[in-house]
Design a protein around this ligand. Structure first.
Ligand code: DAH
Length: 513
């Protein structure tokens, strides 16, 4: 125990010690008195007191008092009398006054006569009958007597600096006056007092010295050698620090930026597509037949505005049509159906980022190394695993000699940099051969999770675009990576701005390059 006390004492600030000593000498001392006697300013006294209170050494009491005084209007009433009193005085002589003559007869301002009538009635000093104000017996009684609100008014007038305490009677008067507008000023005055708690008593019993201690080492201390002789105040390095929630990027943004950084570092350049795309680029350029299931309304969002998109270069459109219908000179027999320009013109919210790859191939000459990150849209029902919009990163490499091995190597490298180890399994896409899907093993779930598709673009895709070199491409989901990284079970968490979760996520999520 005494060791504890010694430790507590050693960590007391000089102001805390001074304050304790002052309270020992005069337990009922106010903060102002303590400030005066100890030479501290009032702010230091209060902050020392707060600190002592937080350590259960003293207790702080707060007392709030209301101070009443008269406003200018109130003062005028106090001098001239309340309007109902002024009317009563005239009524005492005249017994009755016609409402319309009230102001002229009594000198009470027209604006105030209504209020005055209200009070005359409430106080039962007068009754109104057919537009005439008549004094009551009760009213006659009051001609020579003061009502409680009038007494209070007088009292406040006599104590113009303000009154804190009233007798019960006067307090009733205050309540009555407070029912009128703009008569009373109420000011709140807060005062503090302290009590030494048992721990404080113990500290005082143990005793301590009041000595200047350095809490900070300054440049000057070091320069002039004073640091050698200074006495330092010990710190409690185990003391709890306040939790600070610094502003930071949203976790999904963090992972997207990380992905961009990785591809830029791997020598890819970034392209951007549009959310609204023609079915031509989203489907047809990818050798997806026009009756393909993915094009169905239940999977794809079709737009009303714009209802259609322009088709690109007509040579490209023709070649694409021919490839779909017969395979043209790609070595394939195509899908064997009548290709429709109208269907290709339909505008859709892009269902994947792969249309960016075909457009990029059409607009650029190999060698090409391109990536693109963005939102894609599918008609999914919300649940813990699905959202109607999510993010993909698309990648494309096209040059002489590019092979399926390069594709696997590129993907492995990318995921490794993100901190994931992946495996590949065979897959099918209408636009690639060979095709694969990337998967990651999740220990906790003891299962493989699919991350995205990839493959070598088929000649049916490349030829119409005028590309004769091989091209590898991939389209990978981003939300799932974020879910694994941030240990989120429900994909909706990434979109619902759960402030508690966001605050508590660690800030340090740098790129692992
Ligand atoms: N577009 C596919 C999807 O959304 C993924 C994909 C597969 C992209 C193969 C590609 C690819 O670039 O070659 O699931």
């Amino acid at each position: 125990m005494s060791e504890d006390i010694e430790k507590t004492i050693s960590e007391l600030h000089i102001y805390e010690k001074k304050l304790l000593k002052e309270l020992e000498a005069k337990p009922e001392a106010t903060p102002e008195e303590i400030a005066e006697n100890s030479g501290m300013d009032i702010k230091s006294v209060m902050s020392a007191a707060g600190s002592l209170a937080s350590k259960d050494i003293i207790e702080m009491h707060k007392d709030v008092e209301e101070i009443y005084s008269l406003t200018d209007d109130g003062m005028e009433y106090a001098e001239k009398g309340l309007p109902e009193r002024r009317i009563l005085d005239v009524l005492a002589k005249k017994e009755q006054i016609h409402m319309k003559d009230l102001s002229d007869e009594t000198g009470v301002d027209k604006k105030e006569t209504n209020i005055a009538i209200g009070w005359l009635r409430r106080k039962n000093w007068a009754q109104i009958d057919k537009g005439v104000v008549n004094i009551t017996e009760f009213g006659k009684d009051f001609v020579s007597k003061m009502d409680i609100d009038e007494e209070t008014l007088d009292y406040l007038k006599a104590n113009a600096d303000g009154v804190k305490l009233f007798t019960d009677d006067l307090m009733n008067g205050v309540k009555k006056l407070a029912g009128r507008k703009n008569i009373l000023n109420v000011k709140k005055e807060t005062s503090h007092s302290f009590t030494i708690l048992p721990k404080g008593e113990e500290i005082l019993k143990h005793g301590f010295e009041i000595k200047e201690q350095a809490t900070q080492l300054t440049h000057e201390h070091l320069k002039d050698g004073e640091w050698k002789s200074l006495e330092y105040r010990p710190y409690d390095i185990n003391a709890e620090a306040p939790v600070i929630f610094a502003g930071k990027k949203h976790p999904l943004r963090v992972i997207i930026d990380e992905i961009r950084e990785i591809f830029l570092n791997m020598g890819f350049s970034e392209d951007k597509g549009e959310y609204v795309e023609s079915a031509f680029w989203n489907f047809d350029s990818l050798f997806q037949p026009q009756d393909h299931a993915a094009r169905e309304m239940q999977d794809t969002f079709y737009l009303k505005n714009p209802l259609t998109c322009d088709l690109p270069d007509m040579d490209l459109v023709k070649l694409t049509a021919e490839t779909h219908e017969t395979g043209a000179d790609t070595g394939s027999i195509g899908w064997q159906y009548d290709w429709s320009e109208d269907i290709a013109r339909q505008s859709v919210l892009r269902t994947h980022t792969t249309g960016i790859s075909t457009k990029h191939l059409f607009e650029h000459e190999p060698p090409i190394k391109m990536f693109s990150v963005g939102r894609v849209f599918r008609r999914e029902t919300f649940d813990y695993k699905h959202l109607p919009e999510f993010h993909q990163v698309e990648g494309l490499v096209c040059d002489e000699g590019i092979s399926y091995q390069n594709l696997l190597g590129t993907l492995k490298e990318f995921y490794k940099k993100l901190g994931f180890e992946v495996r590949f399994r065979p897959a099918y896409f209408p636009y690639t051969y060979l095709s694969t899907e990337t998967e990651i093993y999740l220990e906790e779930k003891e299962s493989w999770i699919e991350l995205g598709g990839a493959g070598m673009f088929r000649p049916e895709v490349l030829k119409p675009l005028g590309i004769n070199q091989p091209a590898l491409a991939f389209g990978l989901g981003i939300e799932r990576l974020a879910m694994i990284r941030y240990d989120v079970e429900d994909i909706r968490m990434l979109y619902k701005s759960d402030i508690k979760w966001l605050r508590e996520l660690p800030i340090d999520q740098g790129v692992r390059l």
